[in-house]
Design a protein around this ligand. Structure first.
Ligand code: C5P
Length: 282
């Protein structure tokens, strides 16, 4: 049996550059892995690919990205998949902008590659891209610039280890709807990606944190935008160096120079929100 950890990602910046002919959008985003992770086990067992999880509402059929990753892995290798039992202990918030599902898929690809070693690096990357736009990043991890659909990756200077408070409000977000909202909107603000890259180069977390921004914050429907703004305000009032929404949301995070104010702010957020985590960048 294999034990795998699927770490979450945060968008330090997220910019949408335009809509493409294939229906996807060209993106430019600085991605960062956090220690907070789902735990998966994969065992060779029985026939077919079976997924189970500790969350009753998580789909365990072919819609589950971990199952799709296992299928894609053996399909790409031109081999029949062995019987696999994949169990997912969910820690990362679901449908929340922290790439929980994509990270589970990447962990399965990584685990299967370690065990069976059937694919070249390029073929593994291609299988990841087929599963979802964030999966190639999750496979690589660390501090990266992601462009194209999200699959064109450039390694960046690793972000110095930083405490992060992560808070998911109670509502869910439908990613395609937010992309449609972006198409209909005239974006007034864009993240200072170049400035953020310079700050990373200098290893200056405070400067980086001040440059964090996500264009999807601007197209959140009104009552929800107010919740996002309120969480950001609580984070900043609590001493965060900067705060932003991750992915298409609704998860919001703040970077902190020290653990003490982070823990205090997390305690304050927990009075109102159930999904609040203190973690760190890796
Ligand atoms: O690639 P993935 O399946 O994760 O994307 C989910 C949805 O998000 C797509 O169907 C599309 O509506 C939107 N998307 C996009 N441009 C991207 C990534 C995702 O429009 N670069």
């Amino acid at each position: 049996m294999m034990e795998l950890f699927a770490r979450g990602k945060l968008n330090l910046t997220l910019d949408v550059l335009g809509k493409r002919a294939d229906g996807y959008h060209d993106l430019r985003m600085i991605m960062q892995t956090v220690a907070l992770a789902d735990r998966l086990t994969v065992a060779e067992e029985g026939t077919g690919i079976h997924v189970s999880s500790n969350l009753s509402y998580l789909p365990c059929d072919g819609r589950n990205l971990a199952a799709r990753a296992a299928e894609a892995y053996f399909a790409a290798a031109g081999r029949e998949a062995p019987g696999l039992a994949i169990s997912i202990e969910k820690v990362l918030p679901v449908c929340a902008g922290v790439a929980g599902g994509s990270s589970d898929a990447a962990a399965v690809l990584r685990g299967l590659q370690e065990k069976y070693n059937l694919l070249s690096k390029d073929a593994l990357q291609a299988a990841a891209t087929e599963i979802g736009s964030d999966v190639p990043y999750c496979l690589a991890g660390g501090t990266m610039l992601a462009e194209g659909r999200g699959e064109v990756l450039t390694s960046l200077p690793p972000m110095p280890e930083t405490v992060v408070v992560i808070c998911k409000p109670r509502f869910f977000v439908r990613t395609p709807m937010l992309f449609a909202a972006i198409d209909a909107a005239k974006l007034r603000c864009h993240p200072d990606t170049a400035g953020a890259l310079e700050a990373l180069e200098a290893g200056d977390v405070a400067r980086l944190a001040r440059r964090m921004y996500n264009v999807f914050e601007d197209v959140m429907p009104a009552p929800r935008a107010a919740v996002i703004a309120a969480i950001k305000k609580t984070l900043i009032d609590g001493g965060a160096l900067g705060a932003a929404m991750s992915g298409t949301g609704p998860t919001v995070f703040g970077l902190f120079a020290d653990a003490a104010p982070a823990n205090k702010t997390a305690a304050r957020l927990r009075r109102e929100y159930r999904d609040v985590f203190v973690s760190k960048t890796v």
